[in-house]
Design a protein around this ligand. Structure first.
Ligand code: HSE
Length: 312
C-alpha cells in the first residue's frame, strides 16, 4: 500500500479590489489530506473526515472530485482512501475547500508520480473548488499552493508570488452569523454585472497599490490598497456592522482591512513593528460584540504553501 500526507494552508482571497486574482496564503490553520492507494481493479474512492462533528460535506466533496478527475484522466485503478483532517473553519472565507482541493491534487500527483506542474495541479484542484463551492475560481487555490501573496491569471493559471514583508501580522475576525446555504455562490450573486468606469478606475488604483506595497515590502502601502469600490460594497450587506469593525481595526493600528474572500471573515493587516495585532483583534471583537455579534478571531502571518509531510 502506498501512502502520502499533504498539508495545505488557509488563504484569504481578493485583498480588496483583487477579486478572483489576489490571495494570501496563511501560516495557519492548515488542513491535512492523507491518501493511500491499494489493489487493482475498478477505481473506488473512500473519504473519511476528522473534525469535531462539523459538516464534512464540502471538503469531502472537494477531495473526492479531485481524486476522481485525476484517476480518470490518468487511468488509475484500485482503491484510493482519503482521510481529511480539517482545521480550517468551513464556509467563512478562509479557503477551506481550496486547501483540501489543492492538497488532494498534490497528494495524487506525488503518490502516482504524475509529473503535474503548477498549472496542471490547479486545473484539477479547481474541480474540487467547484464541487465544494459551486464556482471555479483560482485565487484561494493559488494562495494555498504557493503561500505568501499571489497574483493568479485565471486564464493561463500563471501565478506570480511575493514574499510578504517581515513583521506583517494578519488578524482574522469571523462573526458568528447565520449565512445562506451555498454561501460563496450567494456572495457571488450579489456582485453587480456592470461596473461604472469611475469605480473601475479606483479599483485599478487600489489593486496596483496592493501590488506596489508587496513589491516594496511596505505594509502601510499594502494597507492603503485594501479597499474596493465594486465587490466589497455589494457584499457587505452580508456582514452587519462591517464598516464599523473595519474602522475599529484601523483605529486600533491596522494598516488596512477588507472582507476575507467571500466573507464573512474580515482580514486586517498590521505592521507588528509599529502596532500590536492583539489590540487590533480585541477592537474588532469588541466592535462586533457592541452590536450583539460574537466573533471568533485569531492572529496569524502569511506563510508557506502546500507541502508533502510524509511519503509516498
Ligand atoms: N474570489 C472568490 C470570491 C473567493 O470572492 O468569490 C471565494 O472564496
Amino acid at each position: 500500500m502506498k501512502k502520502i500526507v499533504v498539508d495545505a494552508p488557509a488563504s484569504s482571497a481578493n485583498l480588496g479590489a483583487g477579486f478572483d486574482v489576489f490571495s494570501l496564503g496563511l501560516s495557519n490553520p492548515r488542513d491535512t489530506v492523507e491518501l493511500s492507494a491499494s489493489g487493482f481493479g475498478e477505481m473506488r474512492i473512500r473519504t473519511s473526515y476528522a473534525q469535531n462533528g462539523a459538516d464534512a460535506g464540502p471538503e469531502e466533496r472537494a477531495v473526492r472530485a479531485v481524486a476522481e478527475k485525476i484517476a480518470i484522466e490518468f487511468g488509475i485503478h484500485g482503491t484510493i482512501e482519503a482521510s481529511i483532517t480539517s482545521r480550517i473553519p468551513i464556509g467563512v472565507g478562509l479557503g477551506s475547500s481550496a486547501a483540501s482541493s489543492i492538497a488532494a491534487a498534490v497528494a495524487m500527483n506525488s503518490l502516482f508520480g504524475l509529473g503535474l506542474d503548477e498549472r496542471g495541479l490547479m486545473k484539477f484542484a479547481v474541480e474540487g473548488e467547484f464541487a465544494a463551492s459551486g464556482s471555479r475560481h483560482y485565487d484561494n487555490l493559488a494562495g494555498s499552493l504557493k503561500g505568501g501573496f499571489v497574483i493568479v491569471n485565471g486564464d493561463s493559471l500563471e501565478i506570480t508570488r511575493f514574499t510578504p514583508p517581515e513583521g506583517m501580522a494578519i488578524v482574522i475576525s469571523t462573526p458568528m452569523l447565520k449565512l445562506p446555504g451555498k454561501k460563496t455562490q450567494y456572495a457571488r450573486s450579489l456582485i453587480p454585472g456592470h461596473v461604472d468606469i469611475g469605480k473601475l478606475t479606483r479599483n485599478v488604483f487600489l489593486a496596483s497599490t496592493v501590488v506596489a506595497g508587496f513589491a516594496k515590502g511596505d505594509i502601510d502601502v499594502i494597507g492603503k490598497g485594501l479597499d474596493d469600490s465594486v465587490v466589497e460594497p455589494a457584499r457587505k450587506v452580508m456582514i452587519p456592522w462591517f464598516d464599523e469593525v473595519k474602522e475599529a481595526a484601523i483605529k486600533a493600528g491596522a494598516s488596512g482591512a477588507c472582507i476575507s474572500g467571500a466573507g464573512p471573515s474580515i482580514l486586517a493587516i498590521v505592521d507588528s513593528l509599529k502596532s500590536n495585532p492583539e489590540n487590533v483583534m480585541v477592537s474588532m471583537v469588541e466592535s462586533f460584540s457592541t452590536h450583539g455579534i460574537i466573533a471568533n478571531s485569531f492572529i496569524t502571518t502569511a506563510g508557506e504553501g502546500t507541502s508533502v509531510v510524509k511519503g509516498p
